[in-house]
Write a protein that binds this ligand. Structure first.
Ligand code: NDP
Length: 329
């Protein structure tokens, strides 16, 4: 038997969360069974925890949790043996496949990465999908020419999960970070993570009035999308890039082609879900090498399975600071 947070739905009614003891025989097919120790809460988890599964969950009963870390219990794949520590992010686990809000998960070996050297399973989940995505975004910007000498790196949604890890990782890599937040009270937290400038969200909230403004930013990691990203595109330095990560402020992009044509800026799309193994391993290696563990610790809000429904509502309302780490046991 294993313990899980199960979303159950009666007909077309809303899904509700229950903590249940389930038989391991109910786990979906897969090569590797993991004794899960920690999971995390991402924006997408909150959608999966919502009454209609946020359009992501297609079948109930469902176990959410897009991230998990733990110890291999059984494996039919030669890459993993019982006792190995592993991490899983993405691959639509927790959406269409049972996820990490349980003490057991059965998954495909292809979806796993070995726990990065120097990180515990708890620390890996403090990073989670949000932190992996932050690292993928920073690497993409660097692959397109960003270096610390080029100027300030703008990070939006800075006090959220992606933004917090991006701020700490970029600072550790020598960047000057300008952090955009709608919560002025998070300024001491963001400065401690390494932000050198704090910009109120309102400064970038207005829709584009002029397609080009002064060249302010050497790059941008954007968790917000919408009018804010459109505005930022017109403020990038010549040839600079913005990494589009999220849509906390909206899925639209009300812009023009002018910044692309006259300033040669780039908009880089970041997907963390189906990154091939080498790309995931590259990002985890960067995290394990650069991310200061004391800063990672300062981002953690510890939680249990029972806390998740309320915390899910809070993250959707933009009220969670940093990273929620869930001890599922
Ligand atoms: P969080 O909720 O932790 O962070 C989002 C932050 O965005 C908030 O903390 C807040 O920061 C800011 N924000 C919220 N609402 C608004 C708004 N209306 N306008 C402007 N800013 C707002 O979520 P995550 O960090 O986990 O995820 C961030 C985004 O990235 C989500 O849209 C998520 O779906 C996406 N994502 C995408 C991935 C990918 O593979 N591309 C992977 C992971 C996440 P503050 O209070 O500091 O302003």
């Amino acid at each position: 038997m294993f313990k899980a947070l199960v979303m159950e739905r009666d007909g077309d009614g809303p899904a509700t969360a229950h903590i249940r003891e389930l038989d391991e025989a109910l786990l979906p097919p897969g090569d590797v069974t993991v004794a899960v120790e920690y999971s995390s809460l991402n924006y997408k988890d909150a959608l999966c925890l919502s009454p209609h599964g946020g359009g992501l969950v297609k079948a109930w009963p469902h176990i959410p949790g897009i991230d998990l870390a733990g110890t291999v219990e059984t494996s039919t794949d030669p890459r993993y043996r019982p006792g190995d520590k592993v991490v899983l992010t993405g691959w639509r686990v927790g959406e269409i496949h049972w996820g990490g809000y349980a003490t057991r998960a059965r998954v495909k070996a292809d979806w796993l990465v070995p726990l990065p050297e120097g990180l515990s399973t708890r620390q890996a989940m403090a990073v989670g999908t949000a932190g992996l995505t932050a690292a993928l975004a920073l690497l993409a910007l660097e692959d397109h020419g960003l270096t610390p000498e080029k100027g300030e790196l703008l990070i939006t949604g800075a006090a959220g999960g992606v933004g917090s890890v991006a701020t700490a990782l970029a600072h550790a890599g020598g960047y000057r970070v300008a952090a955009v937040t709608g919560r002025p009270e998070t300024e001491p937290y963001l400065r401690d993570l390494g932000a050198t400038r704090i910009l109120p969200r309102a400064d970038l909230a207005e829709t584009v009035k002029r397609p080009l403004e002064s060249e302010a930013w050497a790059g941008c990691i954007d968790a917000v999308g919408g009018p804010m990203l459109a505005r930022i595109l017109g403020q990038l330095q010549y040839g600079a890039s913005a990494a589009a990560v999220g849509l906390a402020g909206g899925a639209s992009l009300p812009t023009s082609v002018i910044p692309f044509l006259l300033r040669g800026v780039n908009l880089l799309g970041i997907d963390s879900v189906t990154q091939p193994f080498p790309a995931r391993q590259r990002a985890w290696t960067r995290i394990a090498q650069d991310l200061p563990l004391d800063k990672l610790e300062s981002m953690i809000l510890p939680a249990t399975l029972a806390d998740l429904p309320d915390l899910g509502q809070a993250i959707l309302a933009g009220q969670v600071q940093g990273r929620v780490v869930v001890d599922v046991r």
